[in-house]
Design a protein around this ligand. Sequence first.
Ligand SMILES: [Zn+2]
Length: 262
Amino acid sequence: MKLRCQSVGEIDSRSGALGGGADLGPRRNRLYQTSTMAALLDAVYDGETTLDELLMHGNFGLGTFNALDGEMIVNDSVIHQFRADGQAGRVPGSLKTPFACVTFFQPEKEYVIDTPCDKEGFEEIVNRLVDNPNLFAAVRFTGLFEKVETRTVFCQCHPYPPMLEVVSRQPTMQLGSSSGTMLGFRTPPYMQGVNVAGYHLHFLTEDGRRGGHVTDYRVKQGRLEVGIISDVEIQLPRTEQFAKANLTPENIHEAIRVAEGG
Ligand SMILES: [Zn+2]
């Protein structure tokens, strides 16, 4: 039986001030992306953008690190790295990323979830809050989870194997009852390959020790915040690897579904 989420209140905070009084100007809810998902699938695992540079474009987001060395989550300007060996923590700003998406997050809609719901129910709520399927959305849920399933990619050595080989060996983690933050993006279908069409979410426990790329979950209760993104900047690599990559493979939809665990 599927449980549905119920709202106890919805706040349109579009006109409200951003927490902390920060004036982020025109960059609010503008997506900044390095490279493309298709490039990552084709083993372009080394990028040129440092984490310090990434933070100049956003304080919220997700991605991975050069050599595919773990999953990245950016929350309130802090970048966390979750490695396949279980190590977690903050990272030096000189590290680089081959694929990341960040934004200066300003919630435009807030919603209190007080009835447990699964992935499908959660996505339904966000889709209702952002009723334009052709725009991106930044999504953050903070609260209690009944379960979270995550995976973390392995650091790779040259010659790099394709992403689908990597994910077939990836370690997964199952967390039961826990509290933390799940955040990421909803990407419109026509951007498949450039990004991940649909929902791409990463998770961070409240103590910052565990997390990764989310493959499944049930939220229990907490606060959902959503920002609508209509402004997108994509930084494409000038590397030889990117120049040689096949970015229009025939099986792109299936490859991304398998790679992202959706
Ligand atoms: Zn991910």
